[in-house]
Write a protein that binds this ligand. Structure first.
Ligand SMILES: *Cc1c(COP(=O)(O)O)cnc(C)c1O
Length: 462
């Protein structure tokens, strides 16, 4: 299986290099040269397989012959044994045709664990094979950092630098990162927004001097392995509800568009999905793009769902590439112009392609909090603010057939806001370490690319 860049200027690479490389050298994102497919029989068979078995089969289709199926299965079994629920991604029903998929039973209580746990094993496998050491540079809107720290702490071949926007993430989110005692982990509070952190990350990856000194890797959802790993739960949940004979819709709380794009990837592999509803908070760049055809960056507003406080959704470039019929010159033009202008006018044909698959809905703060209360009253389920954005979005769309809402975080990850909305204090699940009793360790840096690059270099050498 070969991977090409959405911008067409980098040469095609194998799965290993696409995973270890993260962003393509030309600034584009890797996508498979051709989409693998799964037969209807295989998808139907997923209903009676374990999560790890389905993951091994789906990821195996993306890895091709670069990982043996026995190794892949062993890695998936180990990765998903870290989850506290035997089903890994269990579902609960909240309405006649509506289900919530609980993606938050991993070690950091957010859906990012689903991909990060397997990604850490893939890194270990590939870096060990090549006798190589890497520094993972990670920008987090709150949850990626915690999932990365949980997955990589103590790893032999990997050091991790996590940047988070100071003051814009919850205390529990911060503590999942800053209380790690392993010295291969460094956390940086950046004065700025998540988008600022993401810009610094992209610049660092394009800095040839830095990349010569430091073997840099990315585990943000620009890494295709994360997308591939996230497509797995679309298959397991849909198969449990009768796919492929029954087509299942999804509602996805979205920020960087990795999760919702993973749903699209599942459709390319053969899963029938009539609509993917992209639910955003008031940082609604995606919702606006799908309804108006203009992808325009706005200012970032802090919300109750901080992991979605994003106004520049990296993975949108992957969808754009598909929607313009894989035209790399047009994709490069659009996203290079976006960097400075902050605007892309989606060509009409591409917009039609997107609207046939995605509906965008933006939800305000008031409605988010009210949805936490109404869901609790109507179903007894306590949901977190990110999930609430998605549940609220359901009321704004008409969908035919069963629908799965992705629940991306445990309510105890946002205890103050959930308690304020619902009057119920969410408790951390059994087995989660007492985060508040532990010392924190992080550095504060200005949102300045050069300062952070110097820091990364020093940490890599230290
Ligand atoms: C990261 C995150 C999201 C957004 O996912 P994207 O893949 O960035 O769209 C939603 N909810 C939670 C809790 C998250 O951590």
């Amino acid at each position: 299986m070969r991977y090409i860049s959405t911008r067409g200027e980098s040469s095609a690479v194998g799965f290993t290099d696409a995973v270890l490389g993260g962003l393509a050298p030309d600034g584009g994102l890797y996508v498979p040269e051709t989409w693998p497919t799964l037969s209807r029989e295989r998808i139907a068979a997923f209903a009676s397989m374990s999560y790890a078995e389905v993951a091994a089969e789906v990821l195996g289709a993306f890895a091709g012959d670069e990982i043996s199926s026995a190794d892949m299965l062993a890695m998936c079994e180990e990765a998903y044994a870290t989850f506290s629920h035997r089903a890994v991604v269990p579902m609960v029903q909240i309405g006649p045709q509506t289900f919530i998929a609980e993606l938050f039973h991993g070690p950091s209580l957010a859906f990012k664990d689903v991909a990060m746990q397997i990604l850490a094993r893939l890194y270990d496998h590939f870096l060990g094979q090549q006798g190589r050491k890497q520094v993972i540079l990670c920008a987090t809107s709150g949850d990626t950092g915690g999932a990365a720290v949980e997955a990589f702490r103590g790893a032999k071949n990997v050091r991790v630098v996590v940047m988070f926007p100071e003051g814009r993430i919850s205390e529990v989110q911060r503590r999942f990162m800053t209380t790690a005692v392993e010295d291969n982990i460094a956390c940086v509070a950046v004065s700025g927004t998540f988008d600022d952190c993401q810009t610094i990350l992209k610049d660092a990856f394009q800095d040839k001097v830095l990349r010569q000194a430091v073997d840099l890797a990315a585990v943000n959802s620009i890494n295709f392995a994360r997308i591939a790993a996230q497509s797995v739960y679309y298959f397991t949940t849909a198969a449990a509800l009768g796919a492929p004979a029954r087509a299942v819709n999804f509602v996805v709380p979205s920020g960087n568009f990795g999760d919702a794009f993973a749903g699209y990837v599942a459709t390319r592999l053969g899963l029938p999905v009539p609509q993917i509803v992209v639910a955003t908070n008031s940082n609604d760049i995606l919702a606006r793009a799908f309804s108006t055809g203009r992808y325009t960056r706005g200012g970032v507003l802090p919300t109750f769902s901080p992991a979605m406080d994003i106004q520049s959704a990296s993975n949108f470039e992957r969808l754009y590439f598909e929607a313009v019929q894989r035209e790399p010159v047009e994709t490069a033009r659009a996203f290079e112009a976006f960097r400075t202008s902050g605007v892309i006018d989606i060509p009409p044909g591409a917009l039609t392609y997107m609207q046939a698959r995605f509906t965008g809905v933006a939800i305000g703060e008031d409605e988010t909090l009210k949805t936490i209360v109404s869901t609790l009253n109507e179903t007894g389920e306590l949901i977190d603010p990110h999930t609430a954005v998605a549940v609220a979005a359901l009321r704004h769309v008409i969908l035919d057939g069963p629908t799965v809402v992705m629940s991306t975080a445990h309510p105890a990850k946002f205890p103050e806001d959930v308690a304020k909305a619902s009057g119920v204090q969410p408790t951390l699940p059994r087995g989660v370490a007492n985060l508040s009793g532990r010392a924190e360790r992080f550095d504060r840096l200005p949102g300045d690319g050069d300062t952070i690059k110097a820091y990364v270099r020093a940490f890599a050498e230290g």
